[in-house]
Design a protein around this ligand. Structure first.
Ligand code: C2E
Ligand code: MG
Ligand code: MG
Ligand code: MG
Length: 290
């Protein structure tokens, strides 16, 4: 009896595994096609200078218009792309597209003419032997000045291959491209390690911003992070700022930049000019040539 139940369980287990493996295979094939068939698109979220209130940068965030499934957020497919290795092709597409888009902002979105563009880079992508060649070709093909490009990396990306990653990061800096440490405070890297990174920008994770309800209220941890960044000469960007009170509190703490729904959600590239104009809220912002 026990034996037959065991057998049943084995069958059930096998079917469940086969089902999920098959599903996974379908998802991977669909994502591989998405990369070549232009189902991916980039949305841009403005990043605001807290001193002036004007947009100074925008982060490229990938979306997948998956046929029959609607628009997929990156959390639904980036982990799969990382596990399967598709992140190499996907990341290369994102890098090229973001450079092309930003290179055209002076004509197509003049309110962002001088703005930098931030691109997220996965660990596996950063440590891939062709990464630097891809970066250089994205810059050369688009004509984007390297100073207008920022690569966002996470602490976890660096922990998995610290030495190889560090070498690549120095080469990136040598190209004139800037580096930002994303989601700071969610990883486990030591402060001495962070200090050794050639990154000039530290992005304060949303989890530090969430508890802030106004100046002096819930600011203890973000204050420590801003002071730390100041001490090691890094500029700060607060992520996930959802209220004007949070924005004011962060500005008073000396945070340089903010990003979040209080200013703008990520928008398609074609809507970035309007979003930036609204944010700048000033008549002297140049209009696109028609
Ligand atoms: P991230 O790099 O930390 O990007 C910020 C995320 O926070 C974005 O989510 C953005 O839409 C969201 N966000 C911004 N402001 C607010 C706010 O005020 N409130 C809330 N609740 N959320 C806010 P998204 O676009 O879903 O991206 C999620 C993550 O996926 C990104 O986190 C990044 O790690 C990854 N990702 C996105 N695009 C790419 C890409 O092209 N390559 C790679 N490797 N990863 C990407
Ligand atoms: Mg990011
Ligand atoms: Mg982030
Ligand atoms: Mg984050």
């Amino acid at each position: 009896q026990a034996k037959s139940r065991g057998k049943d369980q084995i069958v059930v287990f096998d079917e469940a595994m086969a089902g999920s493996a098959e599903q996974r295979m379908d998802d991977e094939i669909a994502l591989a096609r998405a990369i070549t068939e232009e189902q991916l698109t980039l949305h841009y979220q403005p990043i605001i200078g807290l001193d002036t209130g004007r947009p100074v940068s925008a982060e490229a965030l990938v979306r997948w218009h998956r046929p029959g499934h609607g628009m997929q957020a990156p959390d639904r497919f980036i982990p799969m792309a990382e596990d399967s290795g598709l992140i190499i092709d996907l990341g290369r597409w994102v890098l090229h597209q973001a450079c092309r888009d930003a290179a055209a902002w002076p004509d197509r979105a003049p309110a962002m003419a001088d703005a930098t563009v931030s691109v997220n880079v996965s660990a596996r992508q950063l440590t891939h032997p062709r990464f630097l060649a891809d970066l250089q070709s994205a810059l050369a093909e688009s004509g984007l000045p390297p100073e207008r490009l920022i690569l966002e990396i996470t602490e976890t990306a660096l922990i998995s291959a610290p030495e190889a990653a560090m070498e690549t990061l120095h080469a990136v800096r040598a190209c004139g491209v800037q580096l930002a440490l994303d989601d700071f405070g969610t990883g486990y890297s030591s402060l001495s390690y962070v200090q050794k990174l050639p990154a000039s920008i530290l992005k304060i994770d949303k989890s530090f911003v969430d508890p802030i309800s106004g100046p002096g209220a819930g600011t203890a941890l973000s204050e420590v992070v801003i002071k730390l960044a100041e001490a090691i000469g890094m500029r700060t960007v607060a992520e996930g700022v959802e209220s004007p009170e949070q924005a004011t509190a962060l500005r008073l703490l000396g945070c340089h930049r903010g990003q979040g729904y209080t200013w703008s959600r990520p928008v398609p590239n074609a809507e970035l000019q309007d979003a930036a104009m609204r944010l700048a809220g000033a008549a002297d912002v140049p209009q696109p040539a028609s």
